[in-house]
Design a protein around this ligand. Sequence first.
Ligand SMILES: Nc1ncnc2c1ncn2[C@@H]1O[C@H](COP(=O)(O)OP(=O)(O)OP(=O)(O)O)[C@@H](O)[C@H]1O
Length: 901
Amino acid sequence: MGKKSGYNPETPVFLGTTNVNLARKQRAWRLALFIVTFCIDIVASLMLFTIVHLWSDKSDFPIWSSLKDFYRDTSDLIVLCVIRILCLAGLAHVGSLLAMSEAVAKEELKFKPKPKRDDHLKGLVQVNGKVRNGEAIGSIREPLLTKTEPKLEVKSITAYEEWFSGSSKKDIVLFATFLICTAFQAYVGAKCVSFYFDVEHSLFNVRVEVLQSVLMSTTVVWINAESSLLSRVVDANRVLARAMFLNSKRSRPDSHDSRVSVITNSVNLANGDPTEEGTLKGDKGLKNETEIDQNSYLLRAIRLAKNEACLLACALLCLGLSSLSSLILPSYQGRILDHVIQRDVSLFKRDVLLLIAFSLMTGLFEAVRNLCFAVVGKRVLKTLQDKLFMGIVIQDIAYFDGTTSGELTSRLTNDVSSMAEPVNWMLSALLRNCLSLVGGFTMCFMISWKLSMLAFTTMAPIMHITAVYSRWSRELNRKRYALLAEANSAASEAIGNIRTVRAFSTEDTELDRFKSKTYGAMQKGVRDAYAYAGAVAVNDWLDLGASVLILWYGGVLVMNDRLSAGKLITFQLYWNQIQSAYQSIMSVLMSLTRAAGAAQRVLSLVDALPDIDRNSGTQISKLDGEIKLENLYFCYQMRPQHPVLQGVDLTVGKGDVCALVGRSGGGKSTIVHLLMRFYDPTAGRILLDGWDLRDLNLKSVHQHMGLVAQETQMFACSILENITYGLSSWRQEDLEEAAKYANAHDFIMKFPEGYATRVGERGVRLSGGQRQRIAIARMLLRRPKVLLLDEATSSLDTESEALVQQALDRLIGEGGRTIVLVAHRLSTVRNADNIAVLDKGRLVEQGTHEELLMQKSGVYEKLVRRQLHKVSNRIMEDPEELDTAADTIDALIDETSNGKL
Ligand SMILES: Nc1ncnc2c1ncn2[C@@H]1O[C@H](COP(=O)(O)OP(=O)(O)OP(=O)(O)O)[C@@H](O)[C@H]1O
């Protein structure tokens, strides 16, 4: 006997405190960053104040009087910093509370039963922002900490209330934050240009003005950071609230029946409704989908490209060189202009030649860089396609129960290319533009820090608009891709069932279904296009505003002889470079946003490991074939409240034949699925030669098991390839022998191409009976120790059935094979060593044919009686049936002569 599993079916599976911890950690990190930003900000302001006061003659100025000195003092910056700390801390608090209420209300909605479509409920919606806001905010902590349900109420909602939900209130708070930060930044920007530093003092050989410029710039930069960090803190609170809500929900699963509770508890209800279609689930329930934002998408893209390290290194080298040489170009252009003004011909010629050389170098490096990145992109696409397909095929069968092939095809085609296509150019564009941006800023700062600060104040609104748009667009695109997948799914379903569609003349209905999905996707795409155009327009205006500011203030500096005309032109060129780099980065980020939406759908599948691992567990080299089902409970995830098996105990000795019979829907095929470990039992266990099936290596188990499923599955290749599917080597004699056993050889040889005949998609070019015989031949060729025949002879005519039956009898006669067969026909089951009768998921009777017939009014006896009645009716209607029903009649005669019927 093998080792026994320590699995206790009564122990509910509660997963996921890690989610809460992770969310807490995230929030703590963001809060810490927020605080650090403030500290840097206030330290910069204090240092600036100290420099101005300690090293100047202003040390005796009281602060309040120096506040009025906008042009010569910086004490106002300290005051502004303190005001900002108070304002932003308050806004962060309110924003967080609103975000928490929004998150919990959203999750709560998912857990509530969907409202019935009663007329009186029309216009009534449950909770979300519809809970009066004060209540929602006030009660948010309570349910999480005291684990009491938040109070829900159903009330009628006006359009205004619907719009003014928790989510929009949160957005308003965040927008207020942005406005405050922008106003502060504009103030500091104005101060930068108008500040007149009247001390020439040397501190450790560093000009005080340089220190001051750094500190003032720090203030401008950090004000920007504060606004975006605040929104992240608010977001972190939303995630934490969601995680805590789910955790509290998980520890109180609602169940009425204790037995159903055992079953439903083992399904992970943590993340929502496991019966929802299209969600990522494994055998143990829903899985957390990997959240992919732009940053994590980029990191993943780089990781995917790690095998192309050499090419990437070459590309990066060219990128560095081309960025460097293109960074030098504006400075030569400015210099050339200054030489022209000064009429210095020799320097003019030298710089023109250098400009040409740098331009040629830039072009060459750019070309090599583009080539390398394009090759890397193509290779990444291939790797991604392979990984995704692998990710899909290894998923648990439970996942496929809740999805459609169209949806998966969409992921393999649309999503993969949407995700991988930007890798072709995005990495390169992002790096190149980041280098240009940093280089451009440094050069601008060196030419005139005041001019730079003035121009930089326009960056905050641009960044904010871009960030808001990308967040919104990411969500929208995720929905768009989902709709495209649904359209795909509708199309492939209609095409797959084209005969039914034609027979029922439902082409228009199918077209409407398809159109409704593509229309929804198109609408979302158009909305995205409008928003994109709006965001770009506002950004362009702000850019132009910055250029005007530069020319205005730069012109003043040139006229005051504080800057040369060439330097102003150089500055303008660098600023243009910054602008175009920034815009490219933004367009990369927007593409990243779109790609991240697709990446989420691709990578969540690539990352999801199946709950049933085919590669782990003890390898078995041989199997005796003894099967034991112990107190087996099971329910399908798509119908968690409906127990399919309820405490089934069954033993099939090695080499025995066990027939599973019973009414339709009784759970016979489910037992076969569990024996193949397509699913794990919800409770109880399956022992194979004394080993818990869950402890065995599934691949090695499947080498000794053969299955002929209820619905025969064929691949669109030749008959030969279908029969030898999965085998690396076989002998022609064995192949033909298996086909003869299955009564398939003769009909195969009648095809002109024999075994090379191609069968079409899902075997459409064969009859149902032919398909089934090929499936039987496929199974027989492997000569497995355990045969699972799920209505294996159901599609055969009575004559073929008898022949296949003979083949099976022969196989059984060879001995040493355990057979579990699901059958409705008396002739198939009556010779079984053990007949197990299943009714509504319970094993109600078992024994041999004779033993079961002894139980008068038993389920089996009734089944036999009904079948014999049917056969006798058939014979009376058509005496020719007498021949074909010979087997059944034999049984009838056997039983009546024994006096049992
Ligand atoms: N993938 C699935 N997801 C949800 N429910 C399922 C799934 N497969 C089967 N069921 C349900 O499980 C129950 C048992 O199904 P099963 O196929 O085991 O019955 P059966 O005894 O083999 O029936 P039949 O003789 O008609 O083939 C049925 O109520 C069925 O609707």
